[in-house]
Design a protein around this ligand. Structure first.
Ligand SMILES: Nc1ncnc2c1ncn2[C@@H]1O[C@H](COP(=O)(O)OP(=O)(O)OP(=O)(O)O)[C@@H](O)[C@H]1O
Length: 285
């Protein structure tokens, strides 16, 4: 039986007592883009990333390196030129039906109330309207918006709209959560509040999460592992750091922990060289 401190090529050491099955396996995937009239752009070199059931993994890396591209490959929105994408052990063919995707931009319909925006996520899957509304109301309560069910998106703050977006994704019960800079447009304080809410909801059923962010502090505060992508072209995973901070975590308070600072120093030491390559600046001296 497998026990603590397992190592796989892309994972490094993860302090798990028993090793959960893989939810997401990207094995040696490479992704290129053809630009009309121009050369092929090799965005992602052969690279691998594994996320286990119940694991929260953040991807950080310089702008334009390929973080969203990896997420899109996991969602089945684009097909890698080479390598394999497996979801719970099965090769991904088409859209990833087990995943919910939360983007930086709101995906709310402005002409629908908060309640209807959440309910529609179920209705398009065939759930009867009365059931969909009941579940949507329950999820609005879980994200702290029970009193705002009748509001339209323009009547909500940015943070409240994010909460509706989170409810809209979670109401469908995805086994995997793909999040691409989901709290990007929010102010720092609201980001931390949203992070703490996300962790509280995540703790209830521990989905596998892939969370893309530019914000290293946010990545450390939320995750079980932080992986670093190199600067592109031909970007790949070059670092994999287990985050051994106790849970449950408050994403604001955890930043005061001395271990948090140590982890931040260790990860930034590797990340800054990649950021410097992207900006062409000398930051490593
Ligand atoms: N559809 C596309 N066609 C051509 N090039 C693309 C396409 N999508 C992405 N790219 C290129 O692939 C590279 C990776 O893009 P991606 O959006 O994955 O980066 P990112 O790390 O998520 O960036 P950011 O942190 O700025 O959001 C970039 O150089 C981008 O210009």
């Amino acid at each position: 039986m497998e026990t603590a401190l397992q190592r796989t090529p892309a994972e490094g050491l993860a302090p798990t007592a028993a090793v959960a099955p893989l939810a997401v396996a990207l094995d040696d995937i490479s992704i290129s883009f053809g630009i009309a009239g121009g050369p092929i752009y090799k965005a992602v070199a052969p690279t691998s990333l594994h996320v286990r059931e119940g694991e929260f993994v953040a991807i950080v890396g310089p702008t334009g390196c390929g973080k969203s591209t990896l997420l899109n490959a996991t969602a089945g929105l684009l097909r890698p030129a080479g390598g394999r994408v497996s979801i719970f052990g099965a090769a991904l063919d088409g859209l990833n039906a087990k995943a919910g995707y939360l983007f930086q931009q709101d995906a709310l319909m402005p002409w629908k109330t908060a309640l209807d925006n959440v309910a529609i996520a179920l209705e398009i899957g065939g759930t009867r309207r009365a059931d969909a509304l009941a579940q949507a109301q329950d999820w609005l309560r879980k994200v702290g918006l029970a009193r705002f069910a009748d509001r339209y998106p323009h009547q909500l703050s940015g943070g409240q709209r994010k909460r509706v977006g989170l409810a809209q994704v979670l109401v469908r019960g995805p086994k995997i959560l793909l999040m691409d800079e989901p709290f990007g447009p929010l102010d720092a304080q609201t980001r931390q509040i949203m992070g703490t809410l996300l962790l509280k909801l995540w703790a209830q059923d521990r989905k596998a999460v892939l969370f893309v962010t530019h914000d290293l502090e946010e990545a450390i505060a939320l995750s079980d592992r932080v992986v670093i992508m190199s600067a592109g072209p031909e970007a790949r995973i070059i670092g994999d750091f287990p985050i051994d901070l106790a849970r449950p975590r408050d994403t604001a308070d955890i930043r005061l922990d001395p271990r948090f600072h140590q982890l931040h120093r260790d990860i930034w030491n590797q990340l800054k060289a990649e950021v410097a390559k992207t900006y062409g600046e000398e930051m490593t001296s």
